[in-house]
Design a protein around this ligand. Structure first.
Ligand code: MN
Length: 674
């Protein structure tokens, strides 16, 4: 515990740091509000201490300082000082409202957690922890809801999380785990989506240290030993670039920069590489004053060392969806290793650090309309109401993991869509009817097919039919699950209507067990192909068997011509084992739906039988979802095996069953009704 004098000193130190930072960023007229909020919060928290033993007010002071440093306005800084008053003291929102006004009260309310846990002491531990999870998820949703009205809410929350993470050592182990995983799952990605890389990076590093202290320490050690020579070599290149830019009269600030620990850790994990095999622990950043100088500087860098093909990215011409702008390139340094170079203006650099906070305060070149669209995803996240508790957190996490594009309606309204969305997604976003009646589209004055993928800045006009003209094939054009949902329910309704008609018609042959979704007429070029689960792999269509949409297909990795798509029954496909390794699973994206089917096999047991069955199934390019076998006690006895396989249509199923029947020892192969 601290003495009164120590307390006073800690509070004064925090207060002076805040005022010093605030003075740098705002005018003298803003300070009285901050002083008033400080006095109020200091009074309110006067009896409370943090787990570290420090007076509680040290925390709101630190949070307010982080926000003042980001350049936020005095209302935000005042709200940060007051952010725990309602949650942790006897004061109510009414008091905040009458003392500080509705604006500040809204901000405080947005970050105040609502808890019903206090009266739940009689519940079992299990129930309690489930309730806790639900409550945490609900609090995040409410915070996002308040953020949709005022983005400053989330900035206060992020600053709050940042200071809590900086001082997390005083918490109990279990709580550390909970707080740090929430930060890694939700808050760091949120900061990233808002473009606040400074906070995102620090949150990730702190959460990484809290969750995996041993890994963290090991990495810091490894980094220190491998860093030395990397640091030296980066310094050499840095000086060369600086000198060459000076010669060309380009005023620039060239620096070597270390990557965040967590991003290095992530890279090691995902590429299964050792730290010594990662050459871009450090990169070079060039900051200039004009946009034109960015391109000039890049030309100069490329004239010094050869660029790595395919690594150049122009985020100045096409900014990332969170507003990030910069040129990225990698060059091959004289020692043969790649070095990443980022080039941008001072303003772009500040935006990259501060993200949405910069747009909030500085004069920015995006208009209010676009600003609103940039934040529309927050509203969407807040309006997810189907899921609760852990499920909501999972939904959030998934949603945060992809980027967005911003496109325009003919009237100039901005619409935000997930990256990868098509013209048809856009139509469904405007209105379900517009989607269903969509005939064709004009993007930037050009007539384009419905599956055209949209880019930020596209201006789209949808031409509609008078009546719905939707085709089931459209499912594969739709990127967003919401739009697919709408289309599916349209077809379900239609099917139901047709079925009502069918009942009136007598005697029709019974429908096949699996519906055949073959369509042999459409042009293969119009249907995207997924190879090994990815749509990005360029493919050729084999001339020997000319696959058309609906055929069962397989990809073959050629020598030097990429992937060729064949029908699975093509006679030209390789037979030998080493050649077969070059086959990849492929399918027409979105065209076929897969069904799980159970197959039962009875066979006389012998050495290697089970393996034969499995490889026979995989040879038909089929996924096995589940496999089980009853092995008889004596060799030669009857073995019963069950496989759950993923089937595309009837032909496919008979393929699998026929192949299984031909395996030596097999007595019977049956489809099970389950
Ligand atoms: Mn707090």
């Amino acid at each position: 515990m601290f003495t009164q004098a120590q307390d006073n000193w800690l509070i004064l130190k925090g207060y002076l740091a805040l005022i010093r930072t605030a003075k740098k960023r705002m005018s003298e007229a803003d300070l009285p509000l901050i002083r008033k909020a400080f006095r109020f919060a200091d009074q309110a928290h006067s009896k409370q201490r943090r787990l570290s033993g420090e007076p509680y007010i040290v925390h709101p002071l630190a949070v307010a300082t982080i926000l003042a440093d980001l350049g936020m306005d005095s209302e935000t800084v005042a709200a940060a000082l007051l952010h725990d008053v309602v949650e942790d003291t006897a004061h109510s929102h009414d008091t905040i409202q009458s003392e500080f006004g509705a604006g500040i009260n809204h901000l405080v309310r947005g970050v105040t957690k609502i808890s019903n846990m206090k009266n739940q002491r009689q519940l079992s531990e299990k129930k309690k922890s489930r309730l806790k999870e639900q409550e945490a998820a609900e609090n995040i949703r409410l915070m996002l809801l308040a953020t949709a009205k005022d983005v400053r809410v989330i900035l206060i929350k992020l600053a709050d999380k940042l200071h809590n993470m900086r001082t997390i050592d005083h918490q109990k182990h279990e709580k550390v785990q909970r707080i740090a995983s929430e930060v890694l799952e939700i808050y760091a990605p949120l900061a990233g989506r808002l473009g606040i890389f400074r906070i995102k990076g620090e949150l990730e590093d702190l959460a990484f240290r809290a969750l995996q202290p041993e890994e963290h320490t090991r990495l810091v050690g490894m980094l220190a030993s491998s860093r030395k020579d990397q640091e030296e070599r980066i310094e050499t290149y840095r000086r060369v670039i600086q000198q060459r830019l000076n010669e060309h009269q380009i005023k620039a600030q060239v620096s070597g920069r270390a990557k965040h620990l967590y991003s290095i850790y992530h890279k090691m994990k995902s590429s299964e590489k050792d730290i010594n095999d990662i050459y871009d622990l450090r990169g070079i950043r060039v900051i200039v004053s004009q946009i034109t100088e960015c391109y000039a500087a890049m030309g100069i860098v490329h004239s010094l060392w050869p660029p790595v093909p395919g690594r150049f990215k122009d985020y100045i011409a096409t900014p990332k969806t969170n507003g990030y702008q910069s040129l990225h390139t990698s060059i091959i340094a004289p020692d043969g290793n790649p070095v990443e170079v980022q080039i941008r203006t001072e303003e772009m650099d500040r935006n990259a650090e501060h993200g949405i906070a910069a747009h909030w305060t500085y004069k920015s070149n995006i208009n209010a309309n676009e600003k609103a669209a940039r934040l529309s995803w927050i509203e969407r996240l807040a309006s997810i109401t189907e899921s609760r508790g852990r499920e909501y957190i999972e939904d959030l996490r998934e949603d945060l993991s992809f980027d967005e594009v911003f496109v325009f309606t003919p009237r100039g309204d901005v619409i935000a869509l997930p990256q990868g969305s098509t013209v048809l997604d856009f139509a469904f976003r405007i209105h379900t009817e517009v989607g269903l009646c969509c005939k064709n589209a004009i993007v930037n004055d050009k007539n384009v097919p419905l599956h055209t993928v949209l880019k930020s800045g596209d201006r789209i006009r949808i031409i509609t039919n008078r009546h719905p003209a939707a085709s089931p094939n459209w499912l594969r054009y739709l990127h967003s699950s919401g739009a697919r949902q709408k289309l599916r329910s349209f077809f379900r309704r239609k099917e139901e209507e047709e079925q009502v008609e069918k009942i009136v018609e007598p005697e029709k042959p019974s429908a096949p067990l699996l519906r055949i979704r073959r369509k042999k007429t459409s042009n293969p070029k119009e249907v995207p192909i997924e190879v090994a689960g990815s749509r990005d792999i360029p493919v050729h269509y084999a001339g020997c068997c000319t696959p058309v949409p609906g055929d069962r297909i397989v990809g073959f990795v050629t020598r030097g011509r990429g992937v060729t798509v064949h029908r699975t029954d093509c006679a030209m496909l390789p037979e030998s084992a080493p050649e077969k390794k070059r086959l990849l699973p492929a399918n027409w994206a979105g065209l076929t739906e897969k069904y799980p089917v159970n197959i039962e096999v009875k066979a006389h047991d012998r050495q290697g039988l089970y393996l034969d069955l499995v490889s026979t199934i995989t040879a038909t390019h089929t996924n096995i979802l589940k496999a089980e076998a009853d092995i008889p006690r004596h060799r030669g006895g009857l073995m019963k095996a069950e496989f759950m396989v993923e089937v595309e249509h009837v032909d496919h199923l008979s393929d699998i069953m026929e192949s299984l029947r031909r395996v030596p020892g097999v007595e019977s192969v049956q489809r099970m009704s389950k």
